[in-house]
Design a protein around this ligand. Structure first.
Ligand code: SF4
Ligand code: SF4
Length: 97
């Protein structure tokens, strides 16, 4: 399951840098989690890092994105592959320049 941030968020900024998948960003008025990037931290950590640091406990499971651990692991693999591809492309540009 991906997680989501409720309107109790106080914009304290501490969760964004903790996300290993860059899934958290500032929305129109409060922080948001991109469900396409959130793996519940599966693949990186035993516990969701944003939940660990949030001082007001406003990051529950997103009921619209219920997923199995296998699906979350598959997303982790996809995100890592995309990251490797970006790093490889950046490295090729540097080598070419
Ligand atoms: S659970 Fe992990 S991957 Fe999902 S938003 Fe929080 S820190 Fe990011
Ligand atoms: S840690 Fe909690 S209160 Fe702070 S910005 Fe993130 S979701 Fe909002």
């Amino acid at each position: 399951m991906a997680l989501w941030i409720t309107d109790e968020c106080i914009n304290c900024d501490v969760c964004e840098p903790e996300c290993p998948n860059d899934a958290i960003s500032m929305g129109e008025s409060i922080y948001e989690i991109d469900p396409r990037k959130c793996t519940e931290c599966v693949g990186h950590f035993d516990e969701p890092q944003c939940v660990q640091v949030c001082p007001v406990s406003c990051i529950p499971v997103n009921p619209e994105h219920v997923e199995t651990r296998e699906q979350l692991l598959a997303r982790y693999d996809d995100l890592q592959a995309a990251l490797r591809a970006r790093l490889s492309a950046a490295s090729a540009v540097r080598a070419g320049g």
